[in-house]
Design a binder for this molecule. Structure first.
Ligand code: HEC
Length: 111
């Protein structure tokens, strides 16, 4: 293989990588910190809670998921994954506005 086709391969690999992550929303870090999301969740490994990738996978084809999860994030609801439900915003770090819940759920579902 000559040097030209090698560099094309490298460039193409970078392009594919960039394309496959292009849909991930940027992490709303301040919100995530304030609500301690990463205290229980990680992006890709189930820990005290399902990983954000598992959650995104589960709801990928569920039309009302965004709305349902925003509601649940703000007001709570019954557990969908096990026995332990998520604590309410007041116990996570403070009240959560509808707008912030929307941002967070959009980010989680883009993982
Ligand atoms: C104290 C631990 C804890 C914290 C902090 C926490 N979670 Fe969770 N989360 C859980 C647990 C446990 C579940 C599984 C609950 C269930 O079975 O529905 C869960 C489930 C979820 C789900 C899926 C809910 C469903 O109905 O399938 C989403 C989305 C989610 N969390 C997002 C977040 C976000 C965003 C934050 C930060 C704002 C956050 N979590 C903070 C423990 C936590």
């Amino acid at each position: 293989m000559n040097i030209l086709s090698r560099s094309c391969l490298a460039a193409c690999a970078v392009f594919v990588l960039a394309a496959s992550t292009a849909h991930a929303e940027p992490e709303p870090t301040a919100l995530v910190d304030q609500q301690h999301c990463m205290f229980c969740h990680t992006r890709d490994a189930p820990f005290l809670a399902p990983s954000f990738q598992q959650i995104a996978e589960r709801y990928r084809n569920v039309p009302d998921a965004q709305f349902m999860l925003e509601h649940k994030l703000r007001l709570g609801g019954k557990a969908h994954w096990g026995d332990m439900a998520m604590p309410l915003p007041a116990d996570r770090g403070g009240p959560l506005s509808a707008e912030d819940a929307h941002t967070l759920v959009q980010w989680v579902l883009s993982q």
